[in-house]
Design a protein around this ligand. Structure first.
Ligand code: INI
Length: 177
């Protein structure tokens, strides 16, 4: 049975941008990401998945989703593998810069769930739910960032299972047990 505290993201809406390049890896990331969101109480209808050709195309779509005012956070998933990629460094720097810039511009959390590895084996290990589980970690980061942003904006009571508290003059987020 799922733990009570697992359903604290109910009602939150997420956009996911996933690259088709290295699809075997990115589909593992996507599965882990959606499994984690579901486990945390996010309804399937509150998750929209958009596929793009490769990691390079992620920032534009992530920024467009963030600006649409329909998502509490956007999660970006991709895999750039140096062994197969002469322009590895260009793609990695564009995707990381673009995602960071889009998040700052829109003030919507946009999560960097893009693997950048030397080998396919490293990417598989990081995507595997039983090992590094980077797709699940991206979902957890997205949920945490929505709560952090709402806490800062004084909207924490809108997040299911969370409550804004103040101790020693500092606002902080407390999760109901
Ligand atoms: N895209 C990736 O997501 N991962 C890669 O490893 C990769 N390689 O190897 O080149 C890759 N290339 C495609 C790129 O992201 C763009 O889709 C393409 O250049 C069209 O703009």
């Amino acid at each position: 049975m799922a733990k009570k505290s697992a359903r604290t993201a109910a009602g939150l809406r997420f956009g996911i941008v996933v690259a088709r390049f290295n699809q075997r890896i990115t589909s593992m990331l996507l599965r882990a990401c959606t499994d984690t969101l579901a486990h945390c109480g996010v309804a399937a209808n509150d998750v929209q998945v958009v596929r793009v050709p490769g990691a390079f195309e992620i920032p534009l779509v992530a920024r467009t989703m963030a600006r649409a005012n329909r998502f509490d956070a956007v999660i970006c998933l991709g895999a750039v593998i140096r062994g197969d990629t002469p322009h590895f460094d260009y793609i990695c720097s564009e995707v990381s810069r673009g995602i960071g810039q889009a998040s700052l511009e829109t003030e919507v959390p946009i999560i960097f769930g893009v693997l950048t590895t030397e080998t396919v084996a490293q990417a598989e290990e990081r995507a595997d739910q039983k090992q590094f589980n980077r797709g699940g970690a991206a979902a957890q980061s997205a949920i945490e960032m929505v709560k952090v942003m709402r806490m800062i904006r004084g909207e924490a009571d809108k997040v299911a299972g969370s409550k804004l508290t103040s101790r020693n003059g500092r606002a902080r987020l407390r999760r109901k047990q």
